[in-house]
Design a protein around this ligand. Sequence first.
Ligand code: GLN
Length: 546
Amino acid sequence: MSKYIFVTGGVVSSVGKGITVASIGTILKSRQITVSAQKLDPYLNVDPGTMSPYQHGEVFVTQDGAETDLDLGNYERFIDVNLTAESSVTSGQIYSAVIAKERRGDFLGGTIQVVPHVTTEMKERFRRLAEKSKAEVVIIEVGGTVGDIEGQPFLEAIRQMRNDVGRDNILFVHVTLLPYLNSTQEVKTKPTQHSVNELRRIGIQPDIIVCRSDYPISEGIRDKISLFCDVEQKAVIPLPTVSTIYEVPLVLEEEGLGQIIVDKLKLKPRQPDLKQWQELVNLIKTPREPVNIALVGKYVELRDAYFSVREALQHAVLYHERDIELSWIPSETLENDGDYSVLRSAQGIIIPGGFGVRGIEGMVKAATYARENEIPYLGLCLGMQVMVIEFARHVLGSDEPNSTEFDASTRYPVIDLLPGQKDKKTKGGTMRLGNYPCQLVPGSHAAQAYGQNLVYERHRHRYEFNNQYREQLEKAGMVYSGLSPDEQLVEVCELANHPWMVSCQFHPEFGSRPGRPHPLFRDFIGAAKNVLREGAQPPLPLSSQS
Ligand code: GLN
């Protein structure tokens, strides 16, 4: 039977609860303990798939096609597992399931209530992940902050779990923030005391408190939290702000968190092996020559919207022992007079995924710049569609080619709805989602990067390359280097007369891992690092280098 660690958050949101959960996974896995993770999101949406990136940040896609919270990306990268739909639970899913059961007549005669019907459904989801993953330890993060109205049923469900599974099989970890007061120059514990009181009022006594702080936490502060919150002193774990998220497992291990968890859950004691993790952090902290990459997108004001892209770029530059200098360019700013000056210092251009017409013309301009100046280009999903639109405009000598997503009546619909999408009436969960196979063409940049011919990648799109234009664009130099096995869908395309302009209809960023960069990101950076930088001058094209 799996053991459970429930992680709640107190004081404020965004203190790094997700990274803490992911890091607990890392330190347990470093002891050869198998782990899985789950995120509970208290909002009423069934999944974040229909939410604006401004509201929610990136939508992370699992291999089996669930649209989930970006924390799942951190779990996958830190624990190095491929999670499934069972790892993402929202209040929307829970209430829909309970109401569907009521309509079916499952509870005939009964009054349907939050306790026990909603909480039972929640506990069922915890167990389902445990059974499916067969992990020794399942780590479950309760989204939001203790005290939120929406979060109450989840907290009640996890409270009940202590009796259901027995005290040796469950741990409660509370992650809080210790604010620093400049006037008195001290770190304050009162908000932590209040949030622990709030938890206790519900009936949950935390076993471990992880204290986030921008300043060092003294022994005196640990004593105080231990006394007021009734947690062993050694189980008050300081987590000061660190320069890279990949250092968090090392800090938590150093503070003894791994051993405490092993003791409290009565797990088999083993020496942790965090050597690779330590090497990764050492490398991140070593000064390295940067590669300048321009990320041209629609939601760049909110960097969380491209969380996995940023991480995949980081993994790739580390592989090449380089650093990353990422220029975030709102695509709209490129639209007006074609001022490319912000792109001049870029050694590579990346266009990530997105939806809707805003900013598309700016992305097309960035693709023109990359093509004409032979700057390495990586297009991800929408970024591939933009590359196709740009190339078609160039080949047909017209600015009309477009995607029907952006211009429904275009004369040249080079990107159009996928078959089967036209009659879909609802928006939620109806895209082409999750892993699909892709056959690579030997000799292409894509096949060279992967080093194999058949790959599976995660998708999230409604539109695709329109096959009517295949031949025409191919004659002009477009190479279809990745196709669905039935050859009906273009999955990867690249330009023949360009050093490295490669795009894919899927999202390779979700599969990248620290220490194991995704092949397309790795080779994109490999090409970009060879582009000479000339200050504000346009970089020299690769073809002019000997
Ligand atoms: N909007 C495009 C589509 O639906 C691209 C989607 C994406 O970039 N994830 O096909």
